[in-house]
Design a protein around this ligand. Structure first.
Ligand code: CP
Length: 364
């Protein structure tokens, strides 16, 4: 794997999920892969989970790790060509990228949407320069539009929390006793799977917008939607619904085919998993408002996930990628309740990162 950005980069999700399970069984069994190899993790923005989980995953694989916080101690970087560099930026990304690449074997980059130009954000201007000029495998640690390590961890968590999977055709033992290629070869043909890898009926997963005082990027909901739809298309038995106020429609490249329900209570009915997240205006139905908070959040507090909405679900699990603002996105009682998955979800970030780094090491 040379780039990890979209769900397609991982291929068959049932194979990837089995690989994640195998990583969890013994995360130190591939230390030979990372011996004398270096991962460089570059952060243009803050992080707690991504920084720690990716570093831990690389260490599990026997790698050395270098972490660079670009805005704390490095030269400020210019990202545009043709600029007369007479301001506060001392170095251009076009020199910095190959220099950084010369010190490592894999590169992870976090660079959020800047909300200066929708075109620049949705073209992934920064990350694409790393792909183009580093000559190294590049994995996205949350970019302007996607957060694939989070979405993969979310899928792993949903799989783990879903009642016992149907036995796969030809399966004689446990999934964790098989290597991914064996699991792949025993997958049933389309139509033989019943409810998919999950239990007998499709599970209902709802992505809900929730209020926030500041403008946040769309990377997490974009990726979550992309991954849930891919899981659904690959026959994993997911019924995916998105709910948000008018104006927050996500970009079609990520949500094509998804059901959108503007009535949050209706969307929550019978749900098995509730995934809450705030995002600013994606500029799809309201291009002039890209990156803005559309209404004063005080008027949107009905969207905060509370016992009221959870009561109409199928005793749903609550999910959020964290960090979360309590009593804005979700009430204390829901996030602290027995159905909250926010901690196992964060713990699975180590697993999703390890599967990705392992595949990249294998392709060097
Ligand atoms: N969920 C997530 O990516 O957390 P951090 O921003 O702390 O890395």
């Amino acid at each position: 794997m040379k780039v990890f950005q979209h769900v397609q980069d991982l291929g068959d999700l049932s194979v990837a999920l089995a690989e994640a399970q195998e990583v969890k069984r013994d995360r130190y069994q591939w230390q030979h892969l990372g011996r004398n190899k270096t991962a460089l993790l570059i952060f243009f923005n803050n992080s707690l989970r991504t920084r720690l989980s990716t570093q831990k995953a690389a260490m599990n694989l026997g790698m050395n790790v270098i972490v660079l916080d670009v805005n704390q101690g490095a030269w400020k970087l210019e990202t545009e060509r043709g600029v007369v560099m007479d301001g506060d930026k001392s170095e251009h990304l076009l020199e910095a990228i190959p220099v950084m690449a010369s010190y490592c074997d894999l590169i992870g980059v976090r660079s959020f949407a800047r909300f200066e130009s929708r075109e620049d954000d949705y073209e992934e201007k920064i990350l694409n320069q790393f792909i183009r000029y580093s000559g190294r495998p590049v994995f996205f640690m949350e970019s302007a539009t996607v957060h694939p390590l989070q979405a993969f961890a979310d899928l792993i968590t949903i799989k783990e929390q879903t009642p016992s999977p149907l036995p796969l055709k030809g399966e004689s033992g446990h999934l964790q006793d098989q290597v991914p290629s064996q699991i792949h070869s025993t997958l049933p043909l389309e139509g033989e799977r019943g409810g998919g890898l999950w239990s007998g009926r499709p599970i209902k997963v709802v992505l809900t917008w929730a209020p926030h005082p500041r403008a946040l990027p769309q990377a997490v909901p974009n990726s979550f939607a992309e991954w849930m739809l891919a899981a659904s298309q690959q026959g994993l038995g997911i019924d995916f619904v998105i709910t948000h106020p008018q104006g927050y429609e996500l970009d079609p490249q990520f949500v094509q085919g998804a059901r959108v329900e503007y009535d949050q209570m209706k969307a929550f009915e019978g749900a098995d998993f509730i995934y809450a997240k705030n995002w600013s205006c994606p500029g799809v139905t309201r291009p002039q408002d890209y990156g803005k908070v559309l209404d004063d959040y005080h008027t949107m507090m009905d969207w905060c996930v509370s016992a009221r909405q959870m009561a109409v679900t199928n005793d749903a699990h609550f999910m959020h990628c964290l960090p979360v603002r309590r009593n804005m996105i979700v009430t204390d009682d829901v996030i602290e309740g027995p159905r909250s998955l926010v901690i196992p979800e964060a713990a699975n970030r180590e697993i999703s990162a390890q599967v990705v780094l392992k595949r990249m090491l294998e392709s060097l």
